[in-house]
Design a binder for this molecule. Structure first.
Ligand code: HEM
Length: 224
């Protein structure tokens, strides 16, 4: 086994900040929706808007980072071993089977994760954010009652936004469960905190997905 540096500093910052903001937005958003009353409608709506600007800013930085570092290539979808990966999650892992794909520094996502995360980034998050921005520009509880977008009915916008919010919560629940299916139940979560994960020996000459060679100082051998 080797201790491999999988998640870089910005990636970990971005991951946990995005997760916290989405959870906070879900909490304040469902209060605006009328699901419960804790902060009060006015406060919930104001905090929801502030957090939404923070999320938009974070995503702009994350997009920039993915392109500058070449990390976006890790999300290019593939059907190679996709079936095996699905069968592993559905049956294999309950029978003590082996992971069909090997995680490496340069191929950190399995084929199923690539597809799901790509859908998350290209569909789910944009639908929620775009409908949220439309919601913001629509006549709402703004002090000035500004109407920037009028032609699109607010009901439609609210429907897409709430649908996005529900799907994000479904994603979150499944995502947290899936993080426990690594080598040990906490190994994936610890990796996203420290950056390092214990993995089986990776092939040093392996084709990279980011166009870089593995950096030797990123890999610390550990005798087992
Ligand atoms: C950048 C992203 C987002 C923007 C710009 C945004 C914006 C808004 C706005 C303007 C409202 C109307 C309340 C108000 O006037 O402040 C709203 C409502 C709501 N938001 Fe967001 N939001 C975003 C992300 C999210 C996320 C990530 C979630 C949940 C995971 C969420 C869940 C909700 C819910 C459930 C409502 C109530 C919808 C309704 O009942 O009509 N929002 N959002």
């Amino acid at each position: 086994m080797k201790k491999v540096y999988i998640y870089k500093g910005f990636e970990r910052f971005w991951h946990w900040t995005q997760a916290s903001l989405i959870i906070f937005l879900a909490f304040t958003g469902f209060e605006v929706h009328g699901t419960f009353t804790i902060l009060g409608f006015e406060h919930a709506a104001r905090y929801h808007r502030v957090a939404s600007w923070m999320l938009i800013a974070l995503i702009v930085f994350a997009i920039f980072w993915h392109f500058v570092t070449g990390e976006w290539r890790q999300y290019i979808p593939t059907t190679k071993k996709l079936k095996e990966q699905i069968l592993y999650y559905a049956f294999g892992m309950f029978k003590g089977g082996h992971h069909p794909t090997q995680k490496t520094q340069l191929r950190k996502l399995n084929p199923l994760q690539r597809m799901v995360y790509l859908g998350f980034k290209l569909f789910l998050v944009p639908v929620t954010i775009i409908s949220g921005v439309f919601y913001m520009l629509h006549k709402t509880i703004d002090q000035n009652n500004v109407v920037v977008i009028e032609n699109i009915p607010l009901e439609g916008i609210a429907l897409w936004h709430t649908l996005g919010a529900f799907l994000l919560i479904v994603f979150l629940v499944i995502h947290v469960y899936m993080t426990t299916t690594g080598h040990t139940p906490t190994s994936n979560i610890r990796a996203m905190i420290t950056g390092y994960e214990e993995l089986e020996n990776e092939d040093e000459n392996e084709e990279t997905t980011t166009g870089e060679k593995p950096k030797s100082n990123h890999i610390q051998e550990e005798k087992k």
